[in-house]
Write a protein that binds this ligand. Structure first.
Ligand code: MG
Length: 396
C-alpha cells in the first residue's frame, strides 16, 4: 500500500506496518444554509433552501477530514432526520463515542456509532464521510482507491424536473439538452390529482421527445399513490415510454411494491422504503424493488453504501447513484464511491451542486457531455471554501 503522509510526521509510519494508529481527537459540526437557484417541488413539499451539517474531524496527529450530513431541504419530511437532529446526534452521541478510536479502524468507528445511537443514518454518514476524507488524505489517495480504485472518471447524470409546471419543465429540459448537460430526466410528480399529474408527465416527455427522441424520462412519486392508483395510472406512463418509476407507494408498503413490480414491465425502484444494506437484502429477497438507488446518506455512509451496492450486485439488482441534494462535499463523497463500483448501468443523479445557488468548495464539481466528473485529489478530492462556509453558517 502506498502511504504518502500529507498531514503528519512521516516517522509514525514504519516499514513493517502499513497503517499507524491515529486516534480521532475531535469532531465539530455546524449547520450551513444554502439557497437553491429555483424552487424544488416533490409530492410532499416545496423548498427554496438546502440546509446541511458540515462535519470537521481532526485526529491526534493532525489529519483533518470533512463530511456532510444532508437530508432533502435539510428538513425531516423525507426520512425523519433533519439538519438540527443530525447536528445534535453527532454532538451529543456520535462524536463522544468515536473520539479516541483509531481513524484506520473503520468498522470499530461504525460499531461505536451504532452503540451510541440507533438509526440516524444521515448523521452517521456525515461522520463516516469525514473519516474517509481523513484516511484518504493520510494515504495520499482518493477515497475511490480505498474501494479498489476508480473504473470510470465520469458518470452519466440525470436532471430533476421539479418545478411542478409543464411549460417550465419542458423549457428546462430543452436548456439541459442544448447545453449537452443532461438527457435523462426524472420528473417529480404526485402532488395533487393523479390523473392530471400523469397527463402532465406524459405531455412534458412528449414535448421534449419532439426535439430529442433519445431523451429518457423517469418519475419519482415520493410515496404519493396507493396501490389502486398505481395500477390505474402507471400503465399509462409505461405505455408512453417512461423508463422507471420511483417509490410510488408509501415507505412501509413493501408487499404493495412487490405486487406493483410484478404486474408492471417498467422497473419500479424503492427509495424511501429502502435505506441500508440490511434493507437491500430483505427488499431484493421480497422482490419489492427492481432497481436500487444507492445513497451515501440514507445508507449510513460510504462504507455501508458500498456494502449495499455489493448486496445489489449479488442479487442481480441494477443500481444508480442517488443523492439527497448534497453540496459539492457530499456529492464528491458519492462520486468517489460510484467511480469504483463495477457497474453503474443507470448512471447517477448527483446534481446537488447544480441546484444550489452557491458552492462551499474552491473548485465546483464539473459537469460535461451529459456526465458528472469524479473529482481528483486526495480524500474526497475537494477543497473547502472556508469564507463561504462562514458566510452561510447559521451560527456565526
Ligand atoms: Mg426519490
Amino acid at each position: 500500500m502506498r502511504l504518502r503522509n500529507m498531514h503528519t510526521d512521516k516517522s509514525r509510519f514504519s516499514n513493517e506496518s502499513c497503517v499507524a494508529a491515529d486516534p480521532i481527537e475531535s469532531i465539530e459540526t455546524r449547520i450551513v444554509d444554502l439557497p437553491l437557484k429555483k424552487v424544488h417541488n416533490h409530492s410532499t413539499g416545496t423548498h427554496l433552501t438546502q440546509s446541511l451539517v458540515l462535519v470537521t474531524l481532526r485526529t491526534k496527529h493532525g489529519a483533518t477530514g470533512y463530511g456532510e450530513g444532508a437530508t432533502p431541504a435539510g428538513t425531516s419530511f423525507w426520512g425523519g432526520e433533519c439538519s438540527e437532529t443530525i447536528k445534535q446526534v453527532i454532538d451529543c452521541y456520535l462524536a463522544p463515542a468515536v473520539c479516541g478510536i483509531d481513524i484506520f479502524a473503520h468498522e470499530s468507528i461504525l460499531k461505536a456509532m451504532d452503540r451510541a445511537s440507533a438509526a440516524n443514518n444521515f448523521a452517521k454518514a456525515a461522520v463516516d464521510v469525514a473519516v474517509h476524507d481523513a484516511v484518504g488524505k493520510l494515504h495520499g489517495l482518493p477515497v475511490s482507491a480505498l474501494y479498489g480504485g476508480r473504473v470510470r472518471t465520469s458518470i452519466p447524470v440525470l436532471w430533476a424536473l421539479a418545478s411542478g409546471d409543464l411549460d417550465s419543465d419542458v423549457e428546462d429540459a430543452k436548456r439541459q439538452l442544448e447545453a449537452r448537460r443532461h438527457r435523462t430526466f426524472k420528473m417529480k410528480i404526485g402532488m395533487g390529482d393523479a390523473s392530471k399529474e400523469t397527463a402532465r408527465a406524459i405531455q412534458t416527455a412528449e414535448a421534449v421527445w419532439k426535439v430529442e427522441p433519445t431523451a429518457v424520462f423517469t418519475v419519482d412519486l415520493n410515496q404519493a399513490w396507493d396501490e389502486p392508483t398505481c395500477m390505474r395510472f402507471l400503465p399509462r406512463l409505461e405505455s408512453a415510454g417512461f423508463a422507471m418509476i420511483e417509490q410510488p407507494l408509501p415507505r412501509w408498503n413493501h408487499e404493495g411494491m412487490a405486487r406493483v413490480a410484478a404486474r408492471m414491465d417498467i422497473p419500479i425502484s424503492a427509495d424511501e422504503g429502502l435505506w441500508d444494506f440490511h434493507d437491500a437484502y430483505t427488499s431484493f429477497k421480497a422482490c419489492s424493488t427492481d432497481l436500487y438507488g444507492v445513497k451515501v446518506g440514507k445508507g449510513g455512509g460510504i462504507r455501508r453504501a458500498y456494502k449495499a451496492a455489493a448486496v445489489a450486485e449479488a442479487a442481480g439488482v441494477p443500481i444508480y447513484g442517488s443523492m439527497a441534494l448534497e453540496s459539492s462535499i457530499g456529492t464528491a463523497a458519492g462520486l468517489q464511491l460510484f467511480s469504483a463500483l463495477p457497474e453503474m448501468p443507470w448512471g447517477c443523479e448527483m446534481i446537488g451542486p447544480l441546484l444550489l445557488a452557491d458552492d462551499l468548495t474552491t473548485v465546483p464539481i464539473s459537469y460535461c457531455e451529459y456526465e458528472v466528473v469524479v473529482p481528483n485529489g486526495c480524500g474526497l478530492g475537494v477543497e473547502l471554501d472556508h469564507e463561504k462556509i462562514e458566510h452561510y453558517s447559521r451560527e456565526k
